[in-house]
Design a protein around this ligand. Structure first.
Ligand SMILES: *[C@@H]1O[C@H](CO)[C@@H](O)[C@H](O)[C@H]1NC(C)=O
Ligand SMILES: *[C@@H]1O[C@H](CO)[C@@H](O)[C@H](O)[C@H]1NC(C)=O
Ligand SMILES: *[C@@H]1O[C@H](CO)[C@@H](O)[C@H](O)[C@H]1NC(C)=O
Ligand SMILES: *[C@@H]1O[C@H](CO)[C@@H](O)[C@H](O)[C@H]1NC(C)=O
Ligand SMILES: *[C@@H]1O[C@H](CO)[C@@H](O)[C@H](O)[C@H]1NC(C)=O
Ligand SMILES: *[C@@H]1O[C@H](CO)[C@@H](O)[C@H](O)[C@H]1NC(C)=O
Ligand SMILES: *[C@@H]1O[C@H](CO)[C@@H](O)[C@H](O)[C@H]1NC(C)=O
Ligand SMILES: *[C@@H]1O[C@H](CO)[C@@H](O)[C@H](O)[C@H]1NC(C)=O
Ligand SMILES: *[C@@H]1O[C@H](CO)[C@@H](O)[C@H](O)[C@H]1NC(C)=O
Ligand SMILES: *[C@@H]1O[C@H](CO)[C@@H](O)[C@H](O)[C@H]1NC(C)=O
Ligand SMILES: *[C@@H]1O[C@H](CO)[C@@H](O)[C@H](O)[C@H]1NC(C)=O
Length: 524
């Protein structure tokens, strides 16, 4: 059988630029950054080694009956207007987001290239013959486009790789630095393996207005993202050697402690994805939430390491590890997260979420919520397991937060959670943040188990639970709860409106008013 090998060199710069070269063989696209002379020299070797290496692939599966309808148009955008009463004015406004147009990234002048173009000297171009000299034989070699540009931006090549190899193909990023200066919409992938080998992707921050205006809406709470990843049967592997650097400090400083700065992008959003596998990626200084899973089914995210922590006077709020929303069958395992907000957060319409072996430093740890912020729209959360979790200096450990809205939370398990110095380990509220109308919430929280929850609380409260008087909690079960104040003594267990409390295994020491806060600032 004669294999037709087509080698494409789509964009090229000289060896001192950062712009990557894209080569394509069959349905495999290989990107090689030209960030060093070595990279250029290694390009051919990488190319050959990587396309021939055996690789594990995820299977292609037929649409299941229980699939969410990934194509369904989302009609109601409940969060787009500033809501009266629940949110502070200005925090949720609609931000104009014109459609992104590929190729219009912010210009970035490289002094080196500037000099070259001034002198009109020829920029050396990587020719296909240099790439794969020996291997080409009599196969046709096609040079599609060679473009010289002053923009040090690897996004066009990356997007081109997804276009060329995103269906029944493989996209390989070879070692080196990639500069990401544009939003990416890669939602129409199918049967695509993305492999990043020792790649460092750096999201630019020298043109904040670009990101704020082009960031893709994710509808939830008016938030948006720098990268939409979706489709069917997609794997994204970083092999523990790949780094996503969001330059988050710039965003943290820009937000000045505000929770929601419009146009501040979520680093990576799994959007309308089915059978998605993400593994072995390290994040440092994400722009906003590290990840978000929305309108997706069967998403596995394993061996991820995230850290976004501020070095300035401003807090790193909303740097959550992940949030799931309108999604089902999500598996999270082997994560290490340090962040200034919730570590793993399960939001409205999440079903069958399994979280295990997660270590969180700081952060809000394992949380269901917030849900129910829109009283016109119900939020449902069910069948969630958080297990084998280690926490250090978090705000809470195993908790549930709802607004006084509608929907339900049921069948939740928090198991084997060990922690030190957590502000208020077990916390449940029906009126998060406002601490008003707590008893009018119509979100029953039922069948929740806390098992083997062990550690030290920062103050003298181990548990604070205020359920809605209008929809009391039921089916609560507590087993092997061992929480001691770090300063010694006995911890208080405050609770209100728990049905069948006597048989729950929890011995309450006093009532918990609706106004009881999520975080304490001292003993109560
Ligand atoms: C920022 O990006 C926008 C949109 O691409 C562009 O119009 C503008 O010129 C850029 N500004 C700078 C300073 O790069
Ligand atoms: C998935 O893509 C690979 C190429 O990466 C191809 O070999 C395989 O046949 C595709 N699977 C299906 C079911 O099309
Ligand atoms: C990638 O960038 C980092 C810092 O930005 C630098 O230290 C490193 O040498 C670069 N790597 C390559 C292969 O150019
Ligand atoms: C992303 O791309 C898909 C198809 O390629 C398109 O249907 C969708 O509208 C795009 N999304 C955004 C937010 O531009
Ligand atoms: C779920 O996705 C994984 C890849 O993470 C895949 O191997 C598996 O077959 C999928 N399960 C179903 C039921 O489609
Ligand atoms: C978690 O990490 C351990 C140790 O590296 C590994 O053996 C295990 O397979 C990982 N689990 C998953 C789900 O990746
Ligand atoms: C848990 O995950 C960490 C990485 O966060 C890994 O080093 C460790 O081996 C995993 N443990 C198990 C039991 O899988
Ligand atoms: C959650 O799902 C319910 C039932 O499908 C739907 O009515 C509601 O709009 C969804 N809520 C959100 C916030 O997506
Ligand atoms: C509760 O959730 C667990 C874990 O997702 C699941 O195995 C179990 O079947 C659920 N129970 C009910 C009654 O739905
Ligand atoms: C918590 O983290 C701090 C700082 O990283 C460290 O000094 C301390 O030993 C950790 N405590 C536990 C119990 O792991
Ligand atoms: C309790 O949880 C810890 C981890 O947090 C685990 O090491 C221990 O084995 C668990 N105990 C039981 C009885 O399951």
């Amino acid at each position: 059988m004669r294999l037709t090998k087509v080698l494409l060199v789509l964009y090229a710069l000289d060896s001192t630029g950062t712009q990557a070269v894209l080569t394509k063989t069959g349905s495999t696209c290989v990107l090689t950054p030209l960030s060093t002379d070595n990279a250029r020299a290694a390009r051919k070797r990488d190319f050959e080694a990587e396309v021939t290496a055996p690789r594990k692939r995820i299977g292609t599966t037929v649409l299941q009956e229980r699939d969410l309808n990934p194509e369904e148009v989302w009609v109601d955008d409940p969060y787009s207007e500033t809501k009266k009463g629940l949110w502070k004015p200005g925090t949720l406004g609609r931000y104009p987001r014109p459609e992104p147009s590929p190729g219009s990234s912010p210009p970035f002048e490289s002094p080196l290239l500037e000099r070259r173009s001034e002198s009109r000297g020829a920029v050396p171009v990587i020719l296909d013959s240099e790439v794969d000299n020996d291997d080409l034989g009599d196969f046709p070699s096609v040079e599609l486009e060679i473009r010289q540009t002053k923009v040090l931006d690897d996004t066009p090549q990356l997007l081109e790789a997804f276009k060329q190899c995103g269906k029944d193909g493989i996209v390989i990023l070879s070692p080196g630095n990639y500069s990401i200066r544009q939003v990416m919409n890669t939602t129409s992938l199918s049967n695509c393996s993305i492999e990043m080998h020792s790649a460092t992707l750096v999201w630019s921050v020298d043109n904040i207005s670009y990101w704020r205006s082009r960031c893709f809406s994710v509808t939830y709470a008016g938030r948006c993202t720098a990268w939409l990843l979706g489709g069917r049967d997609v794997s994204l592997r970083g092999f523990g050697t790949t780094l996503f650097d969001g330059n988050g400090q710039t965003w943290i400083d820009l937000a000045k402690g505000q929770a929601n700065l419009d146009g501040r992008p979520i680093s990576l959003t799994v959007w309308r994805g089915t059978n998605i596998f993400i593994d072995g990626i390290t994040w440092r200084m994400a722009q906003f939430w590290h990840t978000f899973v929305a309108y997706s089914q069967n998403v596995t995210m394993t061996n991820l390491d995230m850290s976004t922590w501020t070095n300035s006077q401003y807090k790193s709020v909303n740097t959550d590890g992940t949030n799931t929303w309108n999604s089902k069958d999500v598996r999270i395992a082997n994560w290490t997260v340090k962040c200034g907000d919730d570590c793993i957060s399960v939001k409205g319409n999440s079903t069958n979420i399994h979280v295990s072996n997660v270590t969180c430093y700081e952060s809000g740890a394992m949380v269901v919520g917030s849900i129910g912020s829109n009283s016109r729209q119900p939020d449902y959360v069910e069948n969630v397991v958080f297990e084998n979790v280690n926490l250090n200096h978090s705000s809470n450990a195993a908790w549930i937060k709802t607004y006084p809205g509608t929907g339900y939370v049921r069948n939740i398990t928090f198991r084997n959670i060990r922690f030190s110095d957590v502000n208020q380990p077990i916390y449940v509220t029906s009126c998060i943040y406002s601490y008003q109308n707590c008893d009018s919430s119509r979100i029953p929280i039922t069948n929740v188990r806390w098992e083997n929850i062990t550690g030290t609380s920062r103050y003298n409260v181990a548990v604070g639970i205020h359920c809605s008087g209008g929809a009391p909690c039921d089916g609560f079960h507590f087993e092997n709860i061992d929480i001691k104040p770090k300063a010694g003594g006995n911890a208080k267990v405050l609770c209100s409106n728990i049905k069948n409390q006597a048989s729950s295994g929890l011995q309450c020491t006093g009532p918990c008013p609706g106004s009881h806060p999520q975080q304490l600032s001292g003993n109560v």
